[in-house]
Every structure is written in structure tokens, then in C-alpha cells.
Write a protein that binds this ligand. Structure first.
Ligand SMILES: Nc1nc2c(ncn2[C@@H]2O[C@H](COP(=O)(O)OP(=O)(O)OP(=O)(O)O)[C@@H](O)[C@H]2O)c(=O)[nH]1
Ligand SMILES: [Mg+2]
Length: 760
């Protein structure tokens, strides 16, 4: 099968093109560094099927980070039949820098000029024939987003792949380095190595990888240096060649792109204007917090306008209002007008309630629909398995789908508009002093979706210490699978009357970010590490969220969720149901009347002691909380599924009414589940990304920190409850300790960076 590779700068639209060609839904985001590993798919509209390979974005072929090495190695070693170099037409000159390097490789190349929709919208003009003539390779104008001309691009690539192509050099024969490059090329070619011109140029640049491969040729380069002098770059050949590339580009291509007088400028100022507010030095961070709050408010608030809380208004859900809110049909008063998330969840609950009741009715042998059928169904083993076990658990897990989708919708919009990239920038500016780089925040923000790609994205960090630290702190960023836990606990808090659901979830997410920062500071106190990655990121232009990107993202999430529910979660539920339904009662094995006699109760009660210090494991329900948390290892949604089996079983009220927590017990439980080991998939990813020793440390960190902080919150909360002044004293002491640690880190970092400055 033919293979075409997609290569280009970060954020130029490779993955968008990949998705359009292959019908995949790989992650597209409006910031650089979304793709960190190669992905393959198939394009079927040519005579023969072609494999398309999406590569991580790169600025040059001299790699610094592992994901850049992936791209370089693929193009060089796997010899694709054609390299499709995607060039962001709105940033032509910068993108061509990579193009000049790709052209040095002996491989057929086609240039895909992307984002031409923006070009025409701005009224700018592109002379693609001129570009093609000067570069010596075909150029096709496309818009990956609008599906424009991409089949034509594939036809041209297919044509190009039929004839071999020799690499060409941008240096001309008058250039002092021309002959050196050629000598190196001949020497390398003589050894039978592929792509000799490319390797020769990199050798002259004394590129790290290349120098290692051809150590014996280095003297030739060094020798030449002695005879070489250049006013600007001295004998730094890497800088010299980089400059030659830029000069070549500006000389040849400056007039390929003709800007309309107003267009581009307007676009720029629009983004700049928005940024003047969004990334404001002082207001940027508070604004981010407010935006976050509104996201959780619209997703989790029971009372969108605080009608009840502030104005004492009670709404009775009868007639039309009943229909509007989707809330029960028993005429209970509502807290107010629910948020969209809660509204959708209510409706979902209505449907799934009848779905389960229908199954109970069938399993009962068609007895009276409702409670009678439910009881009769539970008495049989199959009715109990299907209705009380699988459907009950899945209902609890799936009832949060609307809210999770809404949450992801908001996150996808933040990503696609380009605001997420700004968040990393804002956080970098605020916390760089404490040793936190925006570069590490990017993978962490990805962690709000799923920890697996987030842990993979830590590859973009060159510094090992920083990479390990980022992986460890990943659990602070609540992934989508943990959202059902917060949804459930939010309902518990609202029902118990000590909190608002939306505020609770907001504090979990915001608290997670704050905690990651605090923990990072402490991790610095106890190590000698003072390195902070430089953070240079091109801020993408703001654009309206694209329904296609956002839609693909949500669809992918929904699919993933449903598949997970139907497989891993359903299987877990069967196991838990069995252990919970059977046990030893009245001296023999049986379906137990009392859950406390079930197998799982024996297991849970033994394990419960381990978590006694965390508070939430104490008491009659303690073992249930313990078992629920442990099943979360398989998949985080299991925590909710398992709790449904324990607390929803044959009980008429909702779960939130039977689960009992104090406010601090609730937070203690939430913190443990937030910070402890992520699911097996994420653990396996961490194992793959870290050395064995570091991975073991990571496991220790996850358990230690979740256990310790959970206990701290519980006992501190209990202390506040018993004697508020004592709680206050301890809290103040902790804050003082934190401030001192932060001060220490800032001071040491400052000292370290001044030493570096002196040395430089
Ligand atoms: N207007 C417009 N936007 C586009 C086009 N192609 C891609 N985009 C947008 O550009 C952004 C980046 O797209 P991606 O496909 O993730 O870019 P990438 O090259 O894969 O980026 P990395 O994986 O980070 O290297 C997204 O917001 C896309 O919606 C296009 O043809 N026109
Ligand atoms: Mg990509």
C-alpha cells in the first residue's frame, strides 16, 4: 500500500486534513502541539487505497523533543511514497522554513497550501504557480476545514509519488558552505546512506543526532571552520544556514503572497483586541476563573438564577413547568429553574427510569407496572442481575452523559477558539516565578479531557524532572471520567443542604489547579531542582468555534463513553453485583437478604481499616465507600456505578438521599478519588512514559498524596466543626508554611537564574 505522510508546522491543520481524508476523528485543537504521536488512516478515493500518516507538528528537522524526532524519523527512515507538506498560507514565510529542509530529502514532495479560505476571506492573493516554479514541486491550494480541493491534492500526490525525486539545496555555488556540504554529501553517499544531501546539511550544522552518526567526518567540518569567517555568525554554521534559509525565502517568496490593504490587518487587530482583555496582566487570571465558574454553573446548577437561594421563590413542577424542567411528575417543589445540564439530566432520568421499569415489568412476569414489578423482579436472580445490577449501575453512570457532554462542549469551544492556548500563557505568567512553565500546563489542561493523551503529551517537555513532575500532578486535573463522581457528590451536597452542586464541582476543578501549583512548589522545596522550561508559544488567532471540530470532538467522547459503559463498566457491574448479592447467611451460601452478609461486605470491611484515617471509611457505610473507590481503578465511572448498587438498590429515593456525608467527609472522599491512582489505562501510559524507578515513585506519590490530603481535609474539617478557633489556628499555620515554601522557591529560582545569566 502506498503511504503519504502529512508534515508541517504545529497548528497548520495537518490533523484536520487527516480527518477529512480518512474520515477519522483525531483530536484537533487550536494550539501548537496537539498531536504528539503519529496516527495512520486510509484514503480510499484513488484507484488503490493509500495509507495516510498524520505526524506531530515541527518547526524544523533538527529535533529537540521526542515528538519532533517521531516526525523526522518517519520521513527519513520509513521512506513514505510522498510527503505532503502542509503550509499555513497565512503564515507562508515562516512555514517555508521547514519546507526548505524537507526539500533536501530524496522524496517526492507536494505542497498543500492550507487555510486558503482565510486568504480569500481577507481578500489576499496567492501566486501558487510562482511558488511551485521556484520550489520545483507541485503546489495545491486547499482548505482542510472546508473540504476544499483535498481530492485534487491526493491526485497530485499520487502522480508525484510515481517518480523519484532528488533533494535540492538552497545554497548556491557561490556560497562559502556550498562545497563543504557537497563534500560531506559525497562522503555520506559513498557509504550507501539514503538521503545524503539532507544528512550532509545537518552534519555541517553539527546537528546532535547527525554528529553522533558520522563522528569521523566532524574533523572535515572543523577544519573548514578555521578558514571561515563571517561577521554576523562567526563559525556557527547552524545559525549561518538558518539565516541563509530565511534570506532565500524572503528573496524568492516575499511577493508570492499579496496582502489586501485591510484584511489581514483587521484580523490581527481583532485577535489583539480580544487579547488585550482576555490576557490582561491583572484581569486575565480572574477572568479565567469567572469563565470556569460559568461553565460549571451552566452544567451543574440546580437553581440557575438563585431564585430559591436569594429570592425564596419556590417553583412547583406542575403542568407546563413540569414539562419544561423535565423534573419528576410528583409535584415536588423545585429549587428553581435548572441549568441546561441539570435539565437534560432530569429528562435522561425520566427516560431511563421507564426503561428500567420496563425491564422489571418483563422480569416480574408482567406483574403490576411499578413498585410491585420491581420487587418481584429483584426476587429472581436474573431480574436482580439485569435490573438491580447492570441497568441500575449503568443508569447511574449514563445519567451524567448530558452533563459531561455539555462540559466537553464548553472545553472544546475553549480549545477551538484559541482561548485554551491563552490559559497556558496566563498561568505561565502567573506561576513562572514558582518554577511552573506554561509548557507543562498544556498537557495538564489536556488532562481535563482524559489523562491518557495528557500523559503522552508530556513528551513535549525536554526536561526529565519536569516531565515526571507533570505526570505526577496529572491527577489534580479532573478527567472526564471523574465528572460523574462530581455530579453525584454535587447532588448529595445539594440534597444534604450544605452546598450548591455547581459550586462544589467548580471548587473541585479550580481546587485541582491550585493544588497542582501548591504541590509543584513543595516538590521543588524537597528537590534541588531549579529548572523552568522556557515557554515560547505562538498564540493562534482567535476564531469562532468550528461546528465540525467541536462536533467531532463530542462524538468521539460520546462513542468512547458508551463503548466503555457497555464493556468495562458493565462487566465490572456484573462482578460487583455477584459479590454483593451472594454471601453467607443463616449458615449457608445464598442470595443474601442483608447486604452486610455479602461477600463484598466481608472484603470491604477488611479493607475499610486501611482508610480509617481518611474519615470517609468510618461508620456503617464506610466499607461501601472503600469498595467504590477501589473499583474506580478499573474505570473512574465505576465509582458511581458501584455506589448505585450499594445505595440505590431497591430504594425508592434517589441515591443522593441515601448517601450520607458530612461536608468535610464529602470533600475528603472527593479529594481521595481525585488524586489517587487514575484508571489502569492512565497508569499503563505513565509506565510507558517513565523509567521503572520514576514510575514506582509516581505510584507512591499518587497514593501518598491522595491518602494524606484526604485525611488532612477530614480532620481539619472535623476540627473546625468541633472548635472553629482550633481549626483556624491549624489552617493559618498551614497557610504560613505554604507561603514560606513559596518564598523559598522563588528566592532560590531567582538566584539560580542569575547564576545562569552570569555564565552566559
Ligand atoms: N480557517 C481554517 N482553519 C483551519 C483549516 N485547517 C485547520 N484549521 C484550524 O487550525 C487549527 C489547528 O488544526 P489542527 O488540525 O489541530 O493542526 P495540526 O497541524 O494537526 O496541529 P498539531 O497537531 O498541533 O501539530 C484548528 O483550530 C483548525 O480548525 C483551514 O483550512 N481553514
Ligand atoms: Mg495535529
Amino acid at each position: 500500500m502506498k503511504r503519504f505522510a502529512l508534515a508541517g508546522n504545529p497548528n497548520c491543520g495537518k490533523t484536520t486534513l487527516f480527518n477529512a481524508l480518512t474520515g477519522s476523528t483525531a483530536h484537533v485543537g487550536n494550539w501548537p502541539g496537539v498531536t504528539v504521536d503519529k496516527k495512520t488512516g486510509q484514503y480510499k478515493k484513488l484507484d488503490e487505497t493509500v495509507e495516510i500518516v498524520d505526524l506531530p507538528g515541527i518547526y524544523s528537522l533538527s529535533p529537540y523533543t521526542p515528538e519532533e524526532i517521531v516526525s523526522r524519523n518517519y520521513i527519513l527512515d520509513e521512506a513514505p511514497d510522498c510527503v505532503i507538506n502542509i503550509v499555513d498560507a497565512t503564515n507562508l514565510e515562516r512555514n517555508l522554513y521547514l519546507t526548505t529542509q524537507i526539500l533536501e530529502i530524496d522524496v517526492p514532495v507536494v505542497i498543500a497550501l492550507n487555510m486558503t479560505d482565510i486568504v480569500s476571506k481577507n481578500g489576499d492573493k496567492l501566486n501558487k504557480d510562482e511558488l511551485s516554479k521556484k520550489l520545483g514541486v507541485p503546489v495545491v491550494e486547499i482548505s482542510a476545514l472546508k473540504d476544499y480541493n483535498i481530492d485534487a491534492l491526493m491526485k497530485v500526490a499520487d502522480e508525484a509519488s510515481k517518480a523519484p525525486r532528488k533533494g535540492n539545496l538552497i545554497l548556491n555555488s557561490e556560497d562559502p558552505l556550498y562545497h563543504l556540504v557537497n563534500d560531506c554529501r559525497i562522503a555520506i553517499e559513498y557509504r550507501g546512506i539514503k538521503n545524503p544531501l539532507f544528512h550532509a546539511v545537518k552534519l555541517v550544522e553539527l546537528d546532535e543526532i547527525e554528529a553522533k552518526d558520522h563522528e569521523d567526518l566532524i574533523p572535515m567540518v572543523e577544519e573548514f571552520k578555521k578558514t571561515f569567517s563571517n561577521d554576523t555568525f562567526g563559525t556557527d554554521f547552524e545559525a549561518y544556514i538558518a539565516d541563509a534559509r530565511y534570506q532565500y525565502i524572503s528573496k524568492n517568496f516575499a511577493n508570492v503572497y499579496e496582502k489586501a490593504q485591510t484584511g489581514e490587518k483587521e484580523e490581527k487587530t481583532k485577535s489583539d483586541k480580544i487579547d488585550r482583555v482576555m490576557t490582561h496582566r491583572i484581569w486575565g487570571l480572574p477572568l479565567f476563573i469567572v469563565i470556569m465558574f460559568f461553565i460549571f454553573h451552566f452544567t451543574f446548577a440546580e437553581d440557575l438564577f438563585y431564585l430559591n437561594a436569594w429570592f425564596g421563590v419556590e417553583i412547583h413542577n406542575e403542568g407546563f413547568i413540569n414539562f419544561l424542567t423535565g423534573m419528576g411528575y410528583e409535584g415536588e417543589p423545585l429549587a428553581g429553574i435548572p441549568s441546561l445540564g441539570v435539565f437534560l439530566q432530569n429528562w435522561m432520568g425520566w427516560f431511563s427510569g421507564h426503561f428500567i421499569a420496563g425491564f422489571q415489568w418483563i422480569c416480574s412476569g408482567f406483574q403490576e407496572y411499578g413498585d410491585v414489578a420491581a420487587e418481584a423482579a429483584s426476587a429472581t436472580w436474573y431480574g436482580s442481575l439485569i435490573c438491580d445490577g447492570i441497568l441500575n449501575g449503568l443508569d447511574a453512570v449514563c445519567s451524567f452523559i448530558p452533563q459531561i457532554m455539555l462540559l466537553f462542549l464548553f472545553i472544546a469551544i475553549l480549545e477551538d477558539t484559541g482561548y485554551m492556548a491563552r490559559i497556558a500563557f496566563i498561568l505561565d505568567r502567573a506561576f513562572r516565578k514558582f518554577g511552573l512553565s506554561g509548557k507543562a500546563f498544556i498537557p495538564m489542561l489536556t488532562g481535563f479531557g482524559c489523562s491518557v493523551p495528557a500523559i503522552m503529551a508530556t513528551r513535549t517537555l525536554e526536561n526529565e524532572v519536569e516531565k515526571n513532575r507533570t505526570i505526577r500532578l496529572m491527577t489534580c486535573f479532573s478527567c472526564g471520567a471523574k465528572a460523574p463522581i462530581w455530579g453525584l457528590l454535587a447532588a448529595v451536597a445539594t440534597y444534604a443542604g450544605f452546598g450548591y452542586g455547581d459550586v462544589f464541582v467548580f471548587t473541585i476543578y479550580l481546587g485541582g489547579i491550585v493544588l497542582a501549583i501548591i504541590l509543584a512548589i513543595f516538590m521543588r522545596v524537597f528537590t534541588k531542582d531549579t529548572y523552568v522550561s522556557p515557554f515560547i508559544m505562538e498564540l493562534p488567532q482567535y476564531h469562532l468555534p468550528q461546528p465540525r471540530n467541536v462536533g467531532a470532538h463530542l462524538w468521539e467522547k460520546l462513542k468512547h463513553y458508551v463503548i466503555k459503559a457497555a464493556t468495562i463498566i458493565a462487566a465490572s457491574l456484573v462482578v460487583i453485583w455477584f459479590l454483593q448479592t451472594f454471601g453467607i447467611e443463616n449458615g449457608g451460601w445464598a442470595m443474601v437478604e442483608n447486604m452486610d452478609n455479602s461477600f463484598i461486605a466481608y472484603i470491604g470491611k477488611a479493607l475499610q481499616y486501611i482508610f480509617y484515617p481518611c474519615g470517609w471509611a468510618i461508620g456503617a457505610d464506610g466499607w461501601k465507600h472503600t469498595v467504590s473507590s477501589i473499583t474506580g481503578l478499573v474505570a473512574k465511572e465505576n465509582v458511581v456505578g458501584t455506589m448505585a448498587l450499594f445505595f440505590n438498590n431497591g430504594v425508592e429515593e434517589g441515591m443522593e438521599e441515601t448517601i450520607q456525608f458530612t461536608s468535610y467527609g464529602l470533600y475528603s472522599f472527593a479529594i481521595f478519588n481525585l488524586l489517587t491512582f487514575p484508571c489502569f489505562a492512565a497508569i499503563a501510559t505513565a509506565k510507558a512514559e517513565q523509567t521503572k524507578k520514576e514510575f514506582l515513585k509516581t505510584l507512591g506519590f499518587w497514593f501518598g498524596i491522595s491518602y494524606g490530603l484526604s485525611a488532612l481535609v477530614y480532620w481539619l474539617g472535623a476540627l473546625w466543626a468541633v472548635a472553629w478557633w482550633a481549626g483556624m489556628i491549624v489552617t493559618l499555620a498551614l497557610v504560613a508554611f505554604l507561603v514560606f515554601a513559596a518564598y523559598f522557591v522563588v528566592k532560590r529560582n531567582k538566584k539560580a537564574s542569575s547564576i545562569v545569566a552570569l555564565e552566559a
